[in-house]
Design a protein around this ligand. Structure first.
Ligand code: HEC
Ligand code: HEC
Length: 432
């Protein structure tokens, strides 16, 4: 049952609001009411009394009944583990909750109440998580799960180290406030989100995504940052860094295998610009190349702008890197990660198109002679995509909008991104 929102106009024209969502939050209503009483003292006691009966007393009573009827949730460690593995808490707290950017949580004897407090009203820099993200039941599950984990002897490394001195101020600040543990050193993923909104991605829009994140993503994996802990002043510098580095076109590229017509297999490539129509950024001057697995032979293709099959080394564009290079160097004198040498071997089928507009979908097919390639998950740390064997390095590259801030300014980098232009790896779509 929901109580909703009560608005009271009092004779001195002050609007008082009591906001309440659920019976389980009944105590909030009581506190709200107390506040009203103190403010309005005897004068409006009658008004308040009436409202109390009409809107609050019944739910509060109900809540007590509910509390008696429903015992506190019993935590299930298995469910807690599943949640932990699916969420990004571990990006800050370590895979085994051994501590990293955030403190260790494993076998520290944290109570449900302590975990709940840390999530709803974080003590420090951690973003706050709401009920729709981490429920009471999940808190109980996490409590049970944490107690099954080995107590940490020592902290694990940060997922991503701090940018070195000399890095842009906004980049250092995003790391200091924890964004980079999830979003990596260049904030490449959120820059892609902002590019999707394009013309509407001003600071007001951006700051809303940070401070009131769960309005748009009630089930999202990122929590709400507090303006007290992450002041607007700081957030502006982070925003400026994202602008300077450049918003990105949100292109997604996935490959699917169609029906096999022996001895040929046709693969369908779908390109999608995830941006808002007319608002988001278009990718311009686009080159698409699919690697031809060794042992397979080109038969035919469909789609606009086909340029033929040629050795990748002749194309002059580096193939995408499948896995995230870099992260943390735990040595006492950490070195910056280096980009792995690109693999220019093999031949590629190439298409060139002027643009992929925001919200546009384009389709290409490639028919090859040879066995159907198998899908596998790219090995490596963290969440990685899946690809067709032999197609690794297949890429969609666009010259504009490209990165606006390259080396030497940007010393600490997302090494999957090119120094000029921008690109995305072609992944295997889940087959149905
Ligand atoms: C951006 C990094 C970050 C993320 C993501 C994060 N935390 Fe935290 N967490 C912290 C930091 C830092 C602290 C220390 C207190 C603070 O800053 O609020 C903390 C504190 C805690 C505490 C209290 C520990 C204590 O000693 O009392 C708990 C419990 C906790 N986090 C659980 C979680 C859970 C569950 C999630 C995922 C839903 C999560 N955290 C996501 C950084 C993070
Ligand atoms: C726990 C990992 C995590 C942390 C920490 C984090 N984010 Fe996010 N962020 C996400 C995820 C995941 C999304 C996608 C929506 C969702 O699931 O919440 C997202 C979405 C965004 C978006 C896009 C929202 C939109 O719709 O336009 C922006 C911008 C963003 N984050 C910026 C930041 C900044 C800046 C910080 C640091 C102040 C930060 N994030 C911290 C995980 C994180």
């Amino acid at each position: 049952m929901s109580v909703g929102k009560v608005k009271m106009e009092n004779p001195v024209n002050t609007t008082l609001e009591i906001q309440n969502r659920q019976i389980a939050h009944g105590y909030k209503v009581k506190m709200g009411l107390l506040f009203v009483k103190i403010l309005n003292a005897p004068k409006f006691a009658v008004l308040v009394g009436t409202l109390f009966v009409a809107t609050v007393a019944v739910p509060v009573l109900n809540r007590q009944l509910v509390l008696h009827a429903a015992p506190t949730p019993v935590g299930k460690a298995e469910a807690g583990k599943a949640f932990w593995q699916a969420q990004m808490c571990q990006y800050c707290h370590g895979v085994q909750a051994e501590g990293a950017w955030g403190p260790d949580l494993a076998s520290r004897g944290l109570s449900e109440a302590q975990i709940k407090h840390a999530l709803r009203q974080p003590y420090g820099l951690m973003p706050a998580y709401v009920e729709t993200q981490v429920s009471e039941q999940t808190i109980a599950d996490l409590q049970a799960f944490f107690s099954t984990l080995p107590k940490a002897e020592q902290f694990g490394p940060w997922r991503w180290q701090s940018p070195p001195a000399g890095a842009p101020e906004g980049q250092r600040l995003q790391s200091a406030f924890g964004c980079g543990q999830c979003h990596e050193p260049e904030l490449a993923i959120p820059r892609r989100w902002l590019g999707g909104v394009g013309k509407d991605a001003d600071f007001a829009y951006f700051s809303k995504q940070i401070y009131r994140h769960t309005e748009k993503y009630p089930q999202g994996k990122m929590g709400n940052f507090s303006e007290d802990r992450l002041p607007t002043m700081v957030l502006r510098v982070i925003y400026q860094f994202m602008l300077d580095a450049g918003f990105r076109a949100p292109i997604a590229a996935s490959l699917k295998v169609g029906a096999r017509e022996d001895p040929n297999t046709t693969y369908t490539l779908t390109l999608f610009n995830d941006g808002v129509a007319q608002r988001g950024l278009d990718a311009e001057d686009v080159t698409i190349f699919l690697k031809i697995p060794s042992g397979a032979k080109f038969v035919s293709e469909t789609g606009a702008g086909f340029k033929g099959v040629l050795p990748l080394a002749q194309l002059g564009i580096a193939p995408s890197i499948a896995n995230t290079p870099g992260r943390f160097d735990p040595s006492p004198t950490p070195k910056l990660p280096e980009r792995p040498k690109p693999d220019f071997s093999g031949e590629v089928a190439v298409w060139k198109v002027p643009r992929i507009a925001a919200a546009e979908t384009q389709t290409y097919t490639l028919t090859l002679l040879g066995p159907t390639a198998e899908i596998y998950r790219i090995p490596g740390p963290g969440p990685t995509g899946q690809v067709f064997k032999g197609f690794e390095g297949s890429t969609v590259y666009w010259a504009k909008p490209g990165v606006r801030m390259g080396p030497p300014q940007l010393v600490y980098r997302d090494l999957r991104l090119p120094d000029k232009g921008d690109q995305v790896a072609v992944t295997a779509a889940p087959q149905n």
